[in-house]
Design a binder for this molecule. Structure first.
Ligand code: AMP
Ligand code: MG
Length: 393
């Protein structure tokens, strides 16, 4: 199958047409989920003219005189008296401002006259009243569909009385690592084995992207065994990610296994560095990615292709955070026929610097990388001081 440019691969993935349905959950459980409905307020906010300070509610015109104190209005209590000329009511923050008053003066700027009246001794600056409906009107949209729910959003839902919220279902994503050399992280590898880092890494990436991961463990480089795990993974989940076995080696069975499992392969070579053998296909039940076994490649290809798709499936138009920063040093490469993704670190002095990196198996270099920069096809050099777009990871 021909090698395609990264942009084409991205377009194929993003237009694969898989999307999730919705479900209704308690709003307090909705953190990081994608909101699948507009949320309306069932009331004005604030719901009444509300004092924003502790002090005295009165008429601004009367502030030059000593004012009779009618009552004390705590938060949560409706005033019982209308404030007239020469009068005021003691009022607490959050309490309803009594009719007749057009301002609240802060207690700090008042004193009691010998007759027990309130005397304002400050300079008038503002009314200190949060007016009914000034933040939100009843039936206004307070949260728009498609956003990722934050703690602040949950506060808005609480205020709006929106206690059951419609969110997109989370895709369940099966993760399989293939390779006869792999053992689980809890095991001690023999001389010819290595620990499986991809599964844990990908499951963590899946959960960071707001989806739910399911670990299908390690498949040996055995066509039949891989096929049965792949079939099981496809039938129970919306997405399957299998790493390893997509290159040109004698034991790289994954593409043929995917085809035998009924997956229509849409691409299997992408002009990227690292991650060239990245494979993508569709099954009636699931979208399927075959990622290279090299941990750095699978990390990067997940970020570039899979993370945006997960969000899209949930109805969220996700864009990675990008910062524009100058390069600390000159960076060169020898060939420019593929788009390169280079893990970089941001130095304390505001520059970016590629992380020391021995190749795509060098996963221990990645924790220092806060971002990825891109070198398009045809570009061999990034000059020292050149401004680059750093995609945060
Ligand atoms: P492959 O894509 O199967 O040719 O594997 C490429 C390289 O990545 C080999 O050195 C593998 O040992 C390594 N590798 C494959 N799968 C994993 C994994 N799950 N965790 C860590 N390294 C892996
Ligand atoms: Mg392998």
């Amino acid at each position: 199958m021909e090698m395609i440019p990264f942009e084409k691969a991205f377009e194929i993935v993003m237009n694969c047409g898989f999307s999730m349905g919705t479900e209704v959950i308690p709003f307090a459980d909705s953190l990081n989920r994608v909101l699948a409905e507009d949320v309306f307020s069932d009331m004005d906010m604030p719901p009444f003219n509300k004092s924003s300070v502790d002090g005295f509610a009165c008429r601004q015109a009367d502030l030059g005189c000593d004012l009779e104190i009618l009552e004390t209005i705590p938060a949560g209590v409706w005033p019982s008296k209308v404030v007239g000329e020469g009068q005021c009511s003691r009022i607490m923050t959050g309490a309803p401002v009594p009719d007749g008053a057009d301002c609240v003066v802060m207690v700090e700027y008042t004193e009691l006259s010998p007759e027990g009246k309130m005397r304002f001794n400050g300079a008038f600056t503002k009314a200190n009243i949060a007016f009914k409906g000034e933040d939100v009107h009843k039936d206004d949209i307070v949260l728009k569909k498609g956003r990722i729910i934050s703690p602040q959003d949950i506060a808005v839902m609480a205020l709006a009385g929106h206690t059951a919220v419609t969110v997109s279902k989370m895709p369940v994503i099966a993760v399989i690592s293939s390779g006869s050399e792999l053992v689980e992280p809890s095991e001690i590898p023999s001389v010819s084995q290595i620990r499986n880092s991809n599964s844990s890494q990908l499951l963590a990436q899946v959960s960071r992207a707001g989806a739910s991961g399911k670990n299908y463990g390690i498949a040996a480089d055995d066509e039949q065994q891989t096929l049965s795990i792949v079939q099981e993974a496809i039938s129970g989940n919306e997405m399957v990610i299998i790493t390893g076995g997509v290159s040109m080696g004698d034991y790289d069975f994954v593409p043929s296994v995917l085809e035998r499992a009924g997956v229509k392969i849409l691409f299997s070579r992408v002009a990227v560095q690292p991650g060239k053998p990245t494979t993508f296909g569709l099954h009636a039940d699931a979208v399927v990615f075959g990622l290279p076994g090299n941990p750095v490649s699978s990390f990067i290809q997940f970020e570039l292709l899979i993370r945006p798709l997960i969000y899209k499936m949930m109805g969220h138009d996700w864009r990675p955070p990008i910062s524009r920063l100058p390069m600390k040093e000159r960076f060169t490469r020898k060939t420019a026929d593929r788009m390169a993704f280079i893990p970089v670190t941001t130095t304390g002095d505001g520059f970016v610097s590629p992380v020391e990196f021995h190749g795509s198996a060098h996963i221990s270099a990645l924790p220092d990388a806060g971002g990825i920069i891109t070198m398009p096809v045809g570009k061999l050099v990034i000059e020292k001081g050149e401004i680059v777009s750093v995609r945060q990871i």
